[in-house]
Design a protein around this ligand. Structure first.
Ligand code: ZN
Ligand code: FE
Length: 263
């Protein structure tokens, strides 16, 4: 999906890779500079660049899992792009031209991405937030109507990570690493079957997927209204989703366990 908002500072393109991954092409409109967030495989990214006549300058990595980095070497060989990733995970990422710490900024042309530390799925997981362009690339932390599994972190860590996104404006575009929206929305409906926002989004996503289109990007406002994990911050939602007198972090942990067992 290419965002066509003429006012937008960035052009954002979801590039389907492997079974259900997305790489994200991000072009700064002002300068034409292009970055990609995550590289599950090189070929679809090279094709998407060629179709648009874009030159790739930067590769931004969210985390070390193979389905996010496997195509880096081939993409670097083909484009000469510079690789950026978390200092904390430098030992298990492809060679980094620039190692990033939380709070660091990466320039993509005239735009700026701030590095957010979002552990939980993996220890060194980072996200890239473009505060001026109102976009965030979240990898396997915040996902469409869901969040990543807790492979290396605790529920409390993931809750703290997701809470950072709750502070961003509603019109922030979210690009995450996988097409899991349909399963995630079925899970959301299992918790609150009559919730109108969830029902409507499930229908929207079903229509997009039936046409072979990505369900992403999505606005943070829509995530706030439909993502059970973000809604753990809302006491009314906690009650509706089966919680008693839980804290938000406790609700998050309970929902994450339920989601792990959900098919
Ligand atoms: Zn992952
Ligand atoms: Fe992944």
């Amino acid at each position: 999906m290419t965002m066509t908002d003429p006012e937008a500072l960035l052009t954002v393109v979801a590039v389907p890779c492997l079974q259900d991954n997305y790489a994200w092409l991000v072009q700064d409109r002002a300068t034409g500079a292009v970055a990609v967030v995550d590289v599950p495989e090189a070929a679809p990214i090279l094709k998407a660049l060629a179709e648009r006549g874009w030159t790739l300058g930067q590769i931004l990595l969210t985390h070390h899992h193979d389905d996010h980095i496997a195509g880096v070497a081939e993409l670097v060989a083909a484009t000469g792009a510079k690789v950026f990733g978390a200092t904390a995970d430098a030992h298990r990422l492809p060679h980094l031209d620039q190692a990033l710490r939380p709070g660091d900024a990466v320039r993509v042309g005239a735009e700026r991405a701030v590095v957010l530390d979002v552990p939980g799925h993996t220890r060194g997981h980072i996200a890239f937030h473009f505060p001026e362009a109102h976009a965030a690339f979240t990898g396997d932390s915040l996902m469409a109507a869901g969040c990543g599994r807790l492979f290396e972190g605790t529920a409390a860590e993931m809750w703290a990570s997701l809470s950072q996104f709750l502070g961003l404006p509603d019109d922030t575009l979210i690009g995450s690493g996988h097409e899991y929206a349909q399963t995630n929305l079925r899970f959301a409906l299992s918790l609150t079957p009559d919730d109108p926002a969830v029902v409507a989004r499930a229908a929207d996503v079903a229509a997009l997927r039936a046409d072979g289109l990505p369900s992403l990007p999505v606005t943070l406002g829509e995530e706030r209204a439909t993502n059970p994990f973000l809604r753990a911050a809302d006491p009314d939602y906690r009650a509706a989703a089966g919680g008693g007198r839980e804290t938000a972090a406790e609700t998050f942990a309970r929902l994450r366990l339920l989601r792990d067992g959900f098919r």
